[in-house]
Design a binder for this molecule. Structure first.
Ligand code: ADP
Ligand code: MG
Length: 328
C-alpha cells in the first residue's frame, strides 16, 4: 500500500466536517477559522513503541489514546477541543492497522466533534503524534501557576489504575502472571484505564472560573503536582490516606502497592487542581452532576516541594516521583 492510500484510509476512517474548517486535509496545510473572542490553544504529544506503549498494543487503542493524551492537556487548560493533526511513523504499510487506528481515533474525536485536519505519514519505528488544537474564551485560561498558600488540592476520579493495568501486562514484572490469573473484572477495568483514558474536558470547563491552578496527571501525581507547585511558587502537603483509589486497584494490589501506584504511576489523565475552600464547595456539586468524582487530597503551603503525610499524621519520604525520560 502506498503512502497516499494509507492517508486516504486514515481520512476515510476519521474524517469529520466542521464549519470552521476552511480547508481540510489534502493541500499543503489546513486553514482554520478562530471565532471572535476566542483564543487558540495548542498541545502536542508523541507515543513511541517500547517507551509509551508495549509492542503489540492494538491499533484502535493506540488511535484513541494518542488523541486522549493530547485532549487531556487541553482539558487541563479549560479548553474545548476542535481540530487535530496526526503524525504517523509506521514500520510497514499495514492497511488493517491503519484502519483500526482511524477507528479508535474517530471514536474519541466524535464525542467532541473534533476534525482531523492534516498530518504526516512516514516509514520507521512505530510512533504516533497528535497536535491538538482547541478554543478558549479570551483570557479564561487555566494554568499551573496561580495556586495560593491555603488553597485546597483536589484530584478528579481515581489514581493509579493505568499503572496497575500496565503491571498486569509487563512481562518483566514478577507479579504479572499472578495478576493475569486473577480477578478478570478488576483487571479489565484497569486495562481500560490504561488503553482508553477519558480526557476530563467537561470538568476542565467547570474549573475555568473556580480553580486557581490546574495540571493533568500524566507522569504521576507527585511529579505533576510538583510542576504545579513550582509554577505557583508554593509547597504542598499531601494526605496519603485521602488519595482516591478504585475498587479494582484495591482488589489486585495491597495497600502499599496501591499507594505507590497512585502516587507515582503515570497515565491517569485525571485533573489535579487547587481552589479556595469557599469556591470549591459549589464546584464539587457541579462536578458530581456531570458524573466526575473529586477528592480533596491536601493543601498548598508556604515554601517549596511536597510533604507526604501518612494516615497517622507522620511524614513519609518520597521514594519515586513518577515517569521521567532521560533519567536512569
Ligand atoms: P506535503 O508533502 O505537502 O507535506 P503530504 O503528502 O505529507 O503533503 O500530505 C498530503 C496531505 O495529507 C496533507 O494535507 C496532510 O495534512 C495529509 N496527511 C498526511 N498524513 C496524514 C495523517 N497521518 N493524518 C492526517 N492527514 C494526513
Ligand atoms: Mg507541501
Amino acid at each position: 500500500m502506498a503512502e497516499f492510500d494509507l492517508i486516504e484510509k486514515l481520512l476515510q476512517g476519521a474524517a469529520r466536517t466542521r464549519a470552521d474548517v476552511v480547508l481540510g486535509p489534502g493541500d499543503d496545510a489546513a486553514v482554520l477559522a478562530v471565532p471572535q473572542g476566542q483564543e487558540l490553544v495548542a498541545a502536542v504529544d508523541t507515543m513511541v513503541e517500547g517507551v509509551h506503549f508495549l509492542p503489540g498494543t492494538g491499533g484502535a487503542d493506540l488511535g484513541w489514546k494518542i488523541l486522549a493524551v493530547n485532549l487531556s492537556d487541553l482539558a487541563a487548560m479549560g479548553a474545548t477541543p476542535t481540530w487535530a493533526l496526526l503524525t504517523l511513523t509506521l514500520p510497514a504499510a499495514d492497511g488493517k492497522f491503519v484502519a483500526e487506528l482511524a477507528e479508535g481515533f474517530a471514536a474519541l474525536a466524535g464525542r467532541y466533534r473534533l476534525a482531523l485536519v492534516g498530518g504526516d505519514t512516514t516509514r520507521g519505528a512505530l510512533q504516533l503524534g497528535v497536535t491538538a488544537l482547541g478554543l478558549l474564551p479570551r483570557g479564561k485560561r487555566l494554568t499551573r501557576a496561580g495556586a495560593r498558600v491555603g488553597d485546597d488540592i483536589f484530584v478528579t476520579g481515581s489514581l493509579g489504575d493505568a499503572a496497575g493495568g500496565l503491571r498486569c501486562l509487563d512481562a518483566d514484572d514478577p507479579d504479572a502472571s499472578r495478576l493475569l490469573a486473577r480477578a478478570t473484572d478488576s483487571r479489565e477495568r484497569l486495562l481500560a484505564r490504561l488503553h482508553r483514558p477519558d480526557p476530563r474536558i467537561e470538568a476542565g470547563h467547570l474549573l475555568r472560573d473556580v480553580a486557581s491552578a490546574c495540571i493533568d496527571v500524566s507522569d504521576g501525581l507527585l511529579a505533576d503536582l510538583m510542576h504545579l507547585c513550582a509554577a505557583s511558587g508554593t509547597g504542598a502537603r499531601l494526605e496519603l490516606a485521602r488519595l482516591p483509589r478504585s475498587a479494582a486497584l484495591a482488589d489486585l494490589f495491597d495497600e502499599e502497592q496501591a499507594l505507590e501506584l497512585a502516587l507515582a504511576g503515570g497515565d491517569d489523565y485525571e485533573l489535579c487542581f487547587t481552589a479556595s475552600a469557599e469556591s470549591a464547595e459549589a464546584l464539587q456539586g457541579d462536578l458530581a452532576r456531570i458524573g466526575c468524582g473529586v477528592t480533596r487530597i491536601g493543601r498548598m503551603v508556604a515554601g517549596e516541594g511536597l510533604t507526604l503525610i501518612a494516615g497517622d499524621g507522620s511524614e513519609r519520604p518520597i521514594r519515586r516521583r513518577g515517569f521521567e525520560h532521560f533519567v536512569p
